[in-house]
Design a protein around this ligand. Structure first.
Ligand code: NAD
Length: 334
């Protein structure tokens, strides 16, 4: 891959809700990245995002036209589209020789994942899975503590994300449709605790068991999932994720149990409880804008030639767990 010498010139494809967080991240790192084009079928969303940028981006309604017309004026795309459009946009961007940052999930089927792997390899572009919560303070610090041996061998990892979402958030929207979403809650919000689990267990997956339910939301898929994941290094992983209820009281986004102690926490508050102690030590970590960190990491990778922390392989691994969970839980709908 040819390293990018100056600022990375990005084009955002899909200028809806989450693109706002990406634009904020781009503006926070304007020394290394700029957004030169926006693409969306909604004129209103194009206008909103362009105003957020301070104006000046080239505006398009079709990413194929944008890739053709902008040509060498863009280095990379940042895909923030509904899930069913991720694979088509990734394949078009790779064919046009553009580096790719793509929101989660990478795609919605393993067939698409294989096509993406082949296309990215063939074109030689850099692909980064936009797994922003890898940059969450408790996740980065926990991984550092594990690597430093603070709790010895890791035995159990719990990774959770639960909240009660308003019905109008999803009712009648693309997320309520199984085909456009590629599933239910697990492939959306539940995607985050899944890649956090992989990152903290730090091994390959050997088995997946799951139960699902739809307790509140008016969507076709599940609104709640409990998943148990077995890893090759012996770690037992557990995911609990929901749009129907809040995080079980007293529990945390991540909780890692090792032979010599436990680490747990949420956001930027982390606790370390060595074995034999009754009270954990509390750490208030510096807060981070995980989207800004993710954008900066992507730009740095393009400027240095480094591999992004999560790329095609990890994007596929997360999808494998989610699809295996959906298969194992089948029958919950009845
Ligand atoms: N990392 C996170 O925490 C996080 C949070 C929310 C969403 N997301 C992800 O971001 C992606 C987008 O989600 P969102 O909440 O922004 O959705 P959204 O519906 O708000 O935005 C999607 C945008 O894509 C546009 N669009 C639809 N079809 C298009 C097409 N053919 N060509 C061009 N534009 C098209 C829509 O007009 C809309 O502006 C999803 O993959 C979602 O999972 C991630």
């Amino acid at each position: 891959m040819k390293k990018i010498a100056g600022r990375v010139r990005l084009a955002i494809i899909g200028a809806g809700g989450i693109a706002g967080a990406h634009v904020k991240g781009i503006l926070a790192h304007r020394e290394k990245v700029e957004c030169v084009a926006l693409c969306d079928v909604s004129q209103e969303n194009l206008k909103t995002r362009n105003e957020q940028l301070g104006g000046g981006a080239a505006l398009y309604g079709d990413w194929r036209v944008m890739l053709k017309e902008m040509g060498k004026d863009i280095d990379a795309v940042d895909i923030c589209l509904p899930h069913h459009l991720h694979a088509p946009a990734i394949l078009d961007a790779a064919a046009a020789g553009k580096h790719i940052l793509c929101e989660k999930p990478m795609c919605i089927s393993l067939k698409e994942a294989d096509q993406i792997a082949a296309a990215v390899k063939k074109s030689g572009v850099t692909y980064m899975s936009a797994h922003n919560q890898l940059f969450m303070p408790v996740v980065t610090e926990t991984r550092k503590l594990i690597d430093a041996g603070a709790i010895g061998r890791v035995l159990h990892v719990r990774s959770q994300d639960c909240f009660r979402a308003k019905l109008e958030t999803f009712r009648g929207k693309w997320r309520a449709n199984l085909k456009l979403q590629g599933g239910g809650e697990l492939i959306d919000t539940g995607y985050h605790p899944t890649y956090r689990l992989i990152h903290l267990a730090n091994s390959t997956v050997t088995g997946v068991r799951a139960s699902m339910g739809r307790y509140y939301q008016e969507i076709e898929g599940e609104d709640t999932a409990g998943v148990q994941v077995r890893f090759a290094n012996g770690v037992i992983g557990e995911i609990l994720t929901s749009w129907a209820f809040a995080l079980p009281y007293g529990t945390h986004q991540i909780h890692v149990v090792g032979e010599k102690g436990q680490i747990f926490g949420s956001g930027s508050t982390l606790y370390l409880l060595p074995m034999g102690y009754s009270e954990p030590a509390k750490m208030a970590l510096p807060a981070a804008d995980t989207f800004a960190e993710e954008i900066a990491h992507f730009a740095t990778c393009l400027q240095t030639g480094a591999r992004p922390v999560h790329s095609v392989e990890e994007g596929r691994q997360v999808l494998e767990i989610i699809l295996a969970a959906a298969k194992d839980a089948k029958g919950w709908e009845k």
